[in-house]
Design a protein around this ligand. Structure first.
Ligand code: TMP
Length: 237
């Protein structure tokens, strides 16, 4: 069966329901706008399980997500959404792109979380934008930008607290939102939250347990992801 859409980490397929798609998590990993590529056995399975548990937890806290139901190890059913081309990044501690751009040492905590927008465009390398860019590029209205920021900060607080219970520090993360085809007036959390899209450090040792292990050639990439899943499973049980 041909996918309706294939991204770097997931594929989407149609279903009998026009408002529902099947999302398949792939084992491929990319970094630095796909300059670096690799395949990791079990990545799809681990990221699917992690996203599902986190999204269930967020739903219980009043955040609407695209999840419809679980199917199997690497597939879930999701609401069909029109993805907003605004990636929302929340940062609690300086790392990655922030440290590089601003010359701030990795690990420097922020007093208040930073919310950042980037334009979801592989050709342009996901450039940093603000509300005015989003408005003029027709990506999101000022009201929608405010809504993205509002939801992102709630998601940050809920996840920060939850990851702390898992002995993990939520350094930063990227999320994507969409307008459901069944109700385009809404904006709901879509895509995924996994070690591909978050930075997670062990609280005690500071060990990186996310995709930075791949970006920085630290080794043990899937061991890190499996450790994250194991701790989440323990915290929700
Ligand atoms: P950055 O520090 O490289 O800008 O990344 C911030 C967060 O966003 C980090 O948790 C990794 C995540 N991220 C993605 O999920 N996809 C991307 O394409 C990039 C650049 C970052």
């Amino acid at each position: 069966m041909q996918p309706l859409y294939e991204g770097k980490a997931k594929r989407l397929y149609t279903t009998d329901d026009p408002h529902v798609l099947r999302m398949e998590y792939k084992d491929e990993a990319t970094a630095f706008n796909a300059e670096k590529k690799a395949e990791f056995e079990n990545k799809g399975k681990l990221n699917k399980a992690i996203t599902l548990l986190l999204y269930k937890m967020l739903e219980e806290r009043g955040i609407e997500t695209h999840i419809v139901s679980d199917i199997d190890e690497t597939n879930i059913l999701v609401k069909k959404v029109d993805i907003l081309l605004v990636e929302v990044i929340v940062r609690n501690i300086a790392a990655g792109g922030f440290s590089k751009r601003m010359g701030v040492e990795e690990g420097t905590p922020f007093k208040t979380p930073i919310v950042e927008f980037s334009y979801k465009s592989d050709e342009l390398g996901d450039p940093l934008i603000n509300d005015d860019y989003a408005r003029e590029l027709g990506l999101a209205t000022p009201e929608e930008c405010a809504e993205l920021k509002r939801q992102a900060l709630i998601i940050n607080e809920v996840q920060k607290e939850f990851f702390a219970k898992c002995g993990l520090t939520l350094v930063d993360f990227k999320i994507e939102f969409g307008r459901p085809s069944s109700d385009p007036s809404k904006i709901i959390l879509a895509d995924e939250v996994s070690p591909d899209t978050c930075r997670l450090w062990d609280v005690k040792t500071g060990k990186k347990l996310d995709k930075d292990r791949f970006r920085q050639d630290l080794g043990g990439v899937m061991e890190g992801y499996a450790e994250v899943l194991h701790r989440i499973e323990k915290a929700v049980s």
